[in-house]
Each structure stands twice: as C-alpha cells, then as structure tokens.
Design a protein around this ligand. Structure first.
Ligand code: CFM
Length: 542
C-alpha cells in the first residue's frame, strides 16, 4: 500500500512553524527508508514550550506507572490532591489481592498539600499521614512520591521515610520524582526502577527459585487484565511467574524476584534499567518479548523455550500454541474481513507504538505512522545506539544506580558460550527497536503534537487512529474512529491469544458502528483550504 507522503509534503506541514521550531521538530520525524544504513531520530529531549504534547511528567512515570500497580503497598502522594487523583487507576492497571484485604489500589492516598503546607513545609503532615496509613491499612510496605511543590519547598521526604521506617519497622521508601524532573514520565520510570532495585528487590530471604522455569515479567502493567492472559498461557506451558513488574504486582513477590532464572522484558522503555541491574547483580539475563499480537506471542514463547533449551518445554510450548491457535483462528476470521486493507496510526507512550503494529498487521491493517511520546533513541534505533547517546542536562539530572554483583547471590544462569550462541537467534538482553520493523515510506514521529496529529491525518487519511485520551477526540471530530492503546477504552485484555480476539472485535466495532455515517472526514466533504480573494482597495483604505 503506497503511503502518501514525501519530504516535500513533510516540509509543507512543518512550514507552519517558526523557523527554529521547524528545525527542532524535523529532527524528531523520519520517513522510513530501509535503503539507508541507519536513520537517526532525536528523542528524549524537551518539548518546545507552547506545543500541545501528549507527554506526562516524572511523577506520573514513577507513581502512576511503575509504583502505582503494586497492590499490597500504600502509595502516598505527597502533594496537591489533583496529582494524586490523576494517577489513581485512570490507567486501568487491574489487581486482585493475594492476601485478603491487601489491595490498596482502590484508595487514593495523598497529603493534600495546602497553601500553608507550601509556606511552612509539609514534612510533619507527611509523617502524620504515614502513622495514619500504618494504623488504618497495615500495608506490607509504603511508598512516598514527591510532586513538584515538594521539591520546590525542599521537604526532605527521604528523612521522613527513614524515620518512619524505624518507627514502624516497615519498608517505607521515598521517591524524589518531582514532576519537573527530566523531560517526561520516562524520568520517573528511571527513578522508580532505582528505588525498587535498591530497596525492594532482593529484600526477601529466598536463595533458590521455588520451582523449575521460574521467571519474572518486567514491564507488564496488567492494563485491562493483559498480564492475566499472559500468565495463563505461561502457566499452561509450565513456567512459574515469580513477580510481575508491576501489573497486579506485590511487595511480597518483588522482594524475592532475585531468584528468577530469566527476566522477560515486555516494555523496554519503562523497565530496562531494572532488567540490566538484575543481570549485573544476580547474573539473570533478560529476554525481550512481546505478547501483543499472535505471531509476536508465539515467537516470544518459542524464544523462552530456546533459552531454557529443554526438549519437553519446547514440545509443550508447541502444543499450547497449537491448541490456542485452533481456538482463536476461527474467531478472528469475520473480524479480518472487516479490517482487511485498512490503515492506522499507532502513536503511544514508549513501547506500544511498536508492539501493536504486528497485531494490526495480522488483521490486515497497515500502520502508516507510528511513534512514541517519550521513548529514547534506543527504542527507535535499537540498543546498539546506546553508547552514542550523549547525556544532556536533563538526563544527567536522574541518578544512575551502579550495581555490582551480589557476593552471595550472583550466579551465572547461562554460560558465556551458550549466551553467545543464543544471542544470534533470540533477543537476549537486546532490543532492536521499532524503526527496522516499519515499512518503507511510513512516518516515524517522536513526541507528536496536536498540530502534527491533524496534519498527518489529513495527509495520510488513516482509517483508524490509536493513541490516548489527550488526542483521542481530535480524530473523532474529524470523523475517524480512534482506539486508546493506553487504557483500552474500558476494554481488554488485548495481550496474548484471547486478547488478540478482543482487540479484533473492538477494532471491527469501531469500523462498523453507524456513528460514522453521520460525520464525514474533512477531506470527503470539503476542500482542505477555504478562502476568498478580495479586490485590492485604494491606498490608505483599511
Ligand atoms: Fe511502557 Fe506502559 Fe508504554 Fe509506559 Fe505509559 Fe502505559 Fe504507554 Mo500509557 S509503561 S511505555 S508510561 S507500555 S501508561 S502501560 S500505555 S504511555 S506505551
């Protein structure tokens, strides 16, 4: 399918910007061309002020994304109530308590800072709040996340956490993830990864995995129940999932996550730091997986079996795949007929922009534009580019945790020789990024804004748009269906085999709803440019 764009058209879109902004934005946009050895994109840099970005803040990345789904902990937001409210379950990370009553995600816990706290400091209020939380909830652990004002007035949340930890004998950790740190929520992922690694993972006393094939799933947040579907399949094959980081996750599972024999990485962007640190500290390799899409799920399962290299496991993997496919293939058939030949945009935060393309393709829908809100160059260009990414003032602002092999617990899970062999056939401790998987002529956009969203829709005329709540209604107003790939519009799961059927059903419904008969996309009903030419007036006339 030809994609209706070239450098000239792209230039015309960008010409509306002031020259400096145009120069800056151009570095964030690529037209995919596989004949070039390498295509570099600028990413993880500041959004131009005034531009309508879809990005969130560091606090959102730390509290909302990584810490928030851990269910047996109470997550205190030290800050104004709005910050707490907007990171409270809006992402639809689902959880079922493991121990009766130990799911605190349904509570929005905040110090509700007021003007007087800003003027006189909020440390005492925070300390009181921790006492109250311990008394009322008796959680297994507590986190405290800082919002912008906390950093601005200088409340020492680390000291408060330390004192409370001693007082209550509970794991209480504080995260300096003030919203303004870094350039997006990505900074908050890093801060949360550091904290969990330093203060939670490894705190348990297990020395050995509880059963054969013990794994962790990293970067899976159980949006709409995704990780339940993934775990269902993994359990059928014979894996033991020790910890999911962090969807439906728990402090109790996480503290013994060091015993796993393999770490799976679903969302590379948000959790690659922990994956790397677990490898350095405990010798556990990580495998890049993708459980979105049928082919990607099958490939991930087969790669896992290859990692363990056990004939029985390989055979069981094939049996489960065959059984699952036999069930879902007939279910998918009618949806494929509806979806065939259509095109989509796939613009999501940091990994779904890539992950959903395969699933769309399996339904016959081509992705003509994709991108990430806040990913880094390695998520586009692959991890080989890591040594060439220059740190800037914003990235240097986020502390790097330097871990060393754990004296007692480090053990090579894989011999060096076997690792070398495997690295050629499976993505072991490696991610190739999104760009190489995209078709020539398709558009790759980093931190796409609302102006560009409208312009690219008018140019490429997709049949459906997929992104999040901030831009969902732009395509709707333009007469196009759109699908939120952040929280799934109250549906899901979309992962794994059964998830693929749910996705196909929902996307097909988007196309077949009669709603779109009442509104035409602008290019169908009127010219894109409207205006009148007036006769020039006499000199001096207004
Ligand atoms: Fe990872 Fe995510 Fe994503 Fe993300 Fe997010 Fe999310 Fe996302 Mo919304 S952790 S990077 S910070 S896969 S909340 S579950 S959907 S932007 S693409």
């Amino acid at each position: 399918m030809a994609v209706n764009i070239n450098e000239k058209v792209l230039d015309e879109i960008l010409n509306s910007y002031p020259a400096k902004v145009k120069r800056m934005r151009k570095k964030h946009i690529l037209l995919r061309d596989s004949s070039l050895a390498h295509q570099e994109i600028e990413a993880n840099t500041r959004t131009v002020p005034g531009i309508m970005t879809n990005r969130g803040c560091a606090f959102a990345g730390c509290k909302g994304v990584v810490l928030g789904p851990l269910k047996d902990m109470v997550h205190i937001v030290h800050g104004p109530i709005g910050c707490a409210y907007y990171t409270w379950l809006t992402r639809r990370n689902k959880a079922i308590p493991k121990e009766p009553g130990k799911n605190y995600l349904t509570y929005c816990v905040s110090t509700d800072m007021q003007e007087s706290d800003i003027v006189f400091g909020g440390e005492k209020k925070l300390a009181r709040m921790i006492d109250e939380v311990v008394e009322i909830f008796k959680p297994n652990a507590i986190t405290i996340s800082a919002t912008c004002p906390v950093g601005l007035i200088g409340d020492d949340i680390q000291a408060v956490a330390k004192a409370a930890q001693q007082k209550h004998g509970l794991n209480i950790t504080a995260y300096n993830c003030e919203g303004y740190k870094g350039v997006s929520q990505s900074a908050g992922h890093h801060i949360a990864n550091n904290g969990l690694m330093e203060l939670v993972v490894g705190q348990g006393d297990w020395e050995e995995p509880p059963s054969k094939y013990t794994i962790n799933i990293l970067g899976e947040y159980n949006i709409g129940g995704d990780s339940w579907e993934v775990e269902r399949v993994l359990k059928e094959i014979g894996y033991h999932v020790q910890a999911v980081m962090t969807g439906n996750g728990s402090y109790e599972d996480l503290k013994n996550a060091h015993v796993a024999e393999l770490n799976l990485v679903q969302c590379h962007r948000s959790i690659n730091y922990i994956a790397d640190m677990l490898e350095k500290k405990y010798g556990t390799p990580w495998l890049k997986v993708n459980f979105i899409g049928i082919r990607a799920t099958c490939e991930s399962l087969r790669n896992m079996a290859l990692y363990f290299g056990d004939e029985d496991l390989i055979q069981r993997t094939e049996e489960v795949i065959a059984r699952e496919l036999a069930v879902i293939e007939p279910q998918l058939e009618p949806y494929r007929k509806i979806c065939a030949g259509k095109t989509t945009f796939c613009f999501v935060g940091g990994s779904r922009g890539h992950h959903y393309q395969g699933l769309y393709e399996e339904l016959g829908i081509q992705t003509t534009l994709a991108g990430y809100e806040f990913a880094h160059r390695d998520d586009y260009e692959g991890r080989d580019v890591l040594p060439y990414i220059k740190p800037d003032a914003d990235s240097k602002n986020i502390p790097e945790l330097h871990v060393v092999p754990d004296e007692r617990r480090y053990r090579l899970k894989l011999s060096k020789e076997r690792a070398e062999v495997l690295k050629d056939i499976i993505p072991l401790s490696h991610y190739k990024g999104m760009n190489i998987t995209m078709k020539d002529g398709s558009v790759i956009v980093d931190d796409m804004n609302h102006y560009e969203t409208e312009e690219f829709i008018k140019t490429l005329k997709p049949d459906i748009y997929s992104s999040g709540i901030k831009d969902k209604y732009i395509p709707h107003k333009m007469g196009l269906p759109s699908k939120q790939l952040h929280n799934y519009d109250y549906s899901g799961p979309y992962a794994g085999f059964r998830g693929a059927v749910n996705f196909a059903r929902d996307i097909s419904m988007s196309f077949t709803t009669p709603t779109w008969n009442f509104i035409d996309p602008p290019w169908k009903s009127r010219p894109l440019l409207e205006g009148t030419i007036e006769k020039p007036g006499k000199e001096g006339e207004a």
